[in-house]
Design a protein around this ligand. Structure first.
Ligand code: IMP
Ligand code: MG
Length: 419
């Protein structure tokens, strides 16, 4: 039994978010005790609305309690004792929070849209909790505004996997609005290209819209692209071809990054490449190895789709081998499953976001939001951004648009309060 448990744990732990699972578990109790599934066939009992109101109150109380436990963790953070907080005992994988989370209010907000308390057969789910956490995060950021920097992942966050940001993408006017309100924008993507033209091809809808907009020059220059996780930095510039100007490394590299040795980079990529080659051979994958200056990956032969299990296996092997290597302890790297490819990049999105913050004059983590789709603890590249700033975990580009609309609505409420 113990062995079986361990196997299950080893296999699944990287596919779970412990904080979300814990909150889901807490909400399961009022669901079991208060939802009334029999009302479907016994209509003479309590009305649906009365049950929902009671259940909502219980859920909301729990979210208030969780909010307090998070605040207690933040108090511990301030004295460097976060490893001793109650939350750490309950959710050992929890890291630091950059802001409190308005969980009670966010629950009510999402309940009014998702009718969680109305449900009698489906308990609060992973996605319910994920969206409540996103709302709680943006509520807190906006109440303590202004939000100075928003960084976005590319694939799956701004556009569908492997696609481009085309002119009709509804995210474009929302990003322009953020820029108009004074937020800086960073696109922190794993896609690693040395030439501006490649990024223009992926992002032209947004870049053309910024060019054509009436935003002041200074606001337009508030957009940068951080490519290859944390390896290439381009800034919007309407006067150059492709509208992107390569920023010289000395203008944006963090001082720790200057110490990354070329020989270490080559050594790490050599180990990663050997691991990828080995897995491709063993798993009989129809793959091409791509070696770049700062990354190595496998991409499918045209028309081929790898299954999730194979992609995950490939990532986890590469990650383990690199973790065990000497150079892997000296140099940060990120091994991840890109949906139908696997890449190992030098650096990761925590460095990417930190570099954006420094570039814009030292913006704090509590004034920065990173929006991305990959937040599992292994094989996912947005996860590391949590070390640098607050985050929102979206599941597709439509959710990104919804999140930005929610932020605009909350901003309006906030402005009305201040008037
Ligand atoms: P993201 O979701 O914007 O971080 O982009 C991830 C995708 O970029 C990967 O799944 C790859 O398809 C693509 N990509 C292109 N070049 C690179 C690279 O050098 N490293 C990692 N991913 C890359
Ligand atoms: Mg992505």
């Amino acid at each position: 039994m113990t062995t079986r448990y361990r196997v299950e744990y080893a296999l699944k732990t990287h596919r779970r978010d412990q904080l979300i699972e814990w909150i889901k578990g807490l909400l399961a109790v009022p669901f079991v005790l208060h939802s009334q599934p029999t009302a479907v066939f016994e209509p003479e009992g309590e009305s649906v609305d009365a049950t929902a109101t009671r259940t909502q109150r219980r859920y909301a109380e729990i979210m208030r309690d969780v909010e307090d436990i998070v605040n207690d963790h933040i108090t511990h953070q301030q004295t460097g004792t976060q490893h001793r907080s109650k939350l750490k005992l309950l959710v050992p994988s929890v890291a630091n929070f950059f802001t409190p989370l308005a969980l009670h209010d966010a629950f009510i907000w999402q309940d009014q849209r998702r009718f969680i308390s109305m449900r009698r057969f489906v308990p609060p789910s992973f996605n319910d909790v994920r969206l409540i956490l996103n709302t709680a995060q943006v509520m807190s950021l906006i109440r303590n505004g202004p939000l100075e920097l928003v960084t976005f992942d590319g694939d799956v966050t701004l556009y569908n996997d492997g696609q481009c940001l085309t002119p009709e993408n509804p995210v474009i006017p929302r990003i322009l609005k953020l820029m108009r309100n004074g937020s800086k924008i960073g696109i922190v993507t794993a896609a690693g290209y040395t030439e501006a033209h490649k990024y223009y091809e992926r992002l032209y809808g947004l870049l053309d819209a910024i060019y054509a907009s009436d935003l002041p020059q200074s606001a337009k220059q508030g957009l940068i692209i951080m490519g290859g996780e944390s390896n290439y930095c381009f800034r919007f510039d309407g006067n150059v071809p492709d509208m992107l100007k390569l920023v010289p490394k000395q203008e944006w590299l963090l001082k720790e990054m200057v110490l990354w040795e070329e020989s270490d980079i080559t050594a790490l990529l050599d180990i990663a490449e050997a691991s990828l080659r080995d897995t491709v051979k063993n798993m009989r994958m129809d793959a091409t190895i791509v070696r770049k200056e700062r990354a190595v990956g496998i991409i499918p032969q045209p028309g081929n789709k790898f299954c999730r299990e194979t992609l995950e296996e490939t990532v986890l092997i590469a990650q383990k081998i690199l973790e065990m290597s000497e150079v892997g302890n000296r140099l940060p790297f990120c091994a991840f499953n890109g949906g139908n490819d696997v890449f190992v990049d030098i650096g990761d999105k925590s460095w990417g976001v930190l570099a954006c913050q420094q570039f814009f004059g030292g913006i704090e983590g509590s004034k920065t939001l990173h929006v991305g789709d990959q937040f599992l603890s292994a094989g996912a590249n947005d996860f590391k951004a949590r070390l640098a700033c607050t985050t929102a975990w979206i599941a597709n580009p439509t959710e990104t648009v919804q999140l930005l609309d929610e932020m605009a609505e909350l901003e309006e409420i906030q402005q009305r309060k201040l008037r």
